[in-house]
Design a protein around this ligand. Structure first.
Ligand code: 3YP
Ligand code: ZN
Length: 372
């Protein structure tokens, strides 16, 4: 079965400049300059593979658009918007936390990233496509209402959700975040909102520090609508697929959202410089297929992926292609060239201690009467 999958990419995403860095830190007298891990490479090469593999012929190109200031202000404070504008005039500004450098004109690219996610959401909600992938940059899941963080300037997914609520009469939305880092921005923006279920799978206590614990379950009316699955470093396909089967799918089934948004980061991959997980393209494909199928069951198939992290220039393209193949049902026949190195690792079997974390998160969700 094939589906009509929308796809957003804009060359300007590759022009977002994160400066001369040494991975995540600034170069210094004894720190040789390099580039920032958050560089155009992994994303531009993902797009190249989508084109060269021929998959693009089976996708529907959705033009990116710029979010308006009004769109951004449904989520962020005027103070944050003004700060980003001001930083965007500098040679190398920062979104607020000191980890999020961006060059002149970064404000406009950030509007295009949020707007690209809006465009994908609009294409899905208006029925022009069945589901959609927005390959945007800069990412969004760390951005708080009043602060940019962890490479993120604006909260792309929340901006698209609030746009959908204002323009399509959508109310209940679920966010599934499989980026290796905790989706703190999404969590905090929606922690008191009972109509947004935010689920984040991440490497425990990686980034932000001391964030994304199991006991962060939401606040007030939002209690039970925040789910964190803080997996131990070293988790592979077995742990991710078990977390999907036992936590993500039952929670989505119980919540019955009208729309599912996916924070799609590939930094839990087996070769990522920022994560210590071991996920491979085949598991990313399964996660995408599962999300599309559960969307078909609960939200009329409406699911929108917005790109987040993932810093291996050579592997992200294959993980991303697998997700797009899973979403669309089209197979390019392009093999994962790294499968021989990564697929047979003992890291993929579900370990008892990984099972414990998943069980704890499952039990908690059940206690909160989310999973019936
Ligand atoms: C930003 C600075 C140090 C770690 C980092 C994480 C960014 C990311 O991929 N978030 O999803
Ligand atoms: Zn990440």
């Amino acid at each position: 079965m094939t589906r009509n999958t929308g796809y957003v990419w804009h060359e300007r995403y590759a022009w977002h400049d994160t400066g001369t860095y040494a991975g995540i830190v600034a170069p210094g007298p004894m720190v040789q300059p390099f580039h920032n891990f958050e560089s155009p490479e992994s994303k531009a090469r993902f797009n190249s593979l989508v084109e060269v593999s021929g998959l693009i012929e089976n996708l529907t190109k959705v033009p990116a658009q710029y979010a308006t200031e009004e769109d951004i202000l449904r989520v962020h404070t005027q103070r944050h918007v003004d700060f980003i504008k001001e930083q965007s005039e500098q040679q190398l500004g920062d979104a607020g936390d000191g980890w999020s450098p961006f060059g002149r004109g970064g404000f406009e690219v950030a509007l295009l990233a949020a707007g690209g996610t809006i465009a994908a959401t609009d294409a899905v909600l208006s029925g022009r496509v069945d589901n959609a992938y927005a390959l945007v940059r800069p990412p969004g899941h760390h951005a708080e209402r009043d602060l940019g963080m962890g490479y993120c300037i604006f909260a792309n997914i929340p901006v698209a959700i609030e746009w959908a609520r204002a323009n399509h009469g959508v109310t209940r939305v679920a966010v599934v975040d499989y980026d290796v880092h905790h989706g703190n921005g999404t969590q905090h923006i929606y922690e008191s909102d009972p109509d947004v279920l935010a689920i984040s799978l991440h490497q425990e206590l990686l980034f932000p520090q001391d964030s994304g614990r199991l006991d962060e379950v939401g606040i007030g009316e939002g209690v039970g609508k925040t789910i964190n699955v803080p997996l131990q470093s070293g988790s592979g396909n077995g742990a991710y697929l078990a977390a999907f089967e036992r936590v993500v799918v039952p929670a989505l089934r119980a919540f019955r959202p009208e729309l599912i948004m996916v924070a799609s980061g590939f930094d839990a991959s087996a070769v990522d410089p920022l994560g210590c997980m071991s996920v491979t393209a085949s598991a990313y494909r399964s996660m995408a297929t599962t999300l599309v199928e559960i969307a078909e069951e609960v939200s009329g198939g409406r699911v929108v992926f917005s790109h987040e992290g993932g810093y291996s220039p050579v592997y992200v393209p294959y993980c991303g292609l697998a997700v797009l193949e899973g979403m669309s049902g089209f197979e390019t026949g392009v093999p994962d060239p790294y499968a021989m190195s990564f697929e047979n690792s003992p890291a993929h079997s579900l370990k008892p201690w990984q099972d414990d974390v998943i069980s704890a998160s499952e039990v908690l969700a059940r206690q909160l009467q989310l999973i019936i």
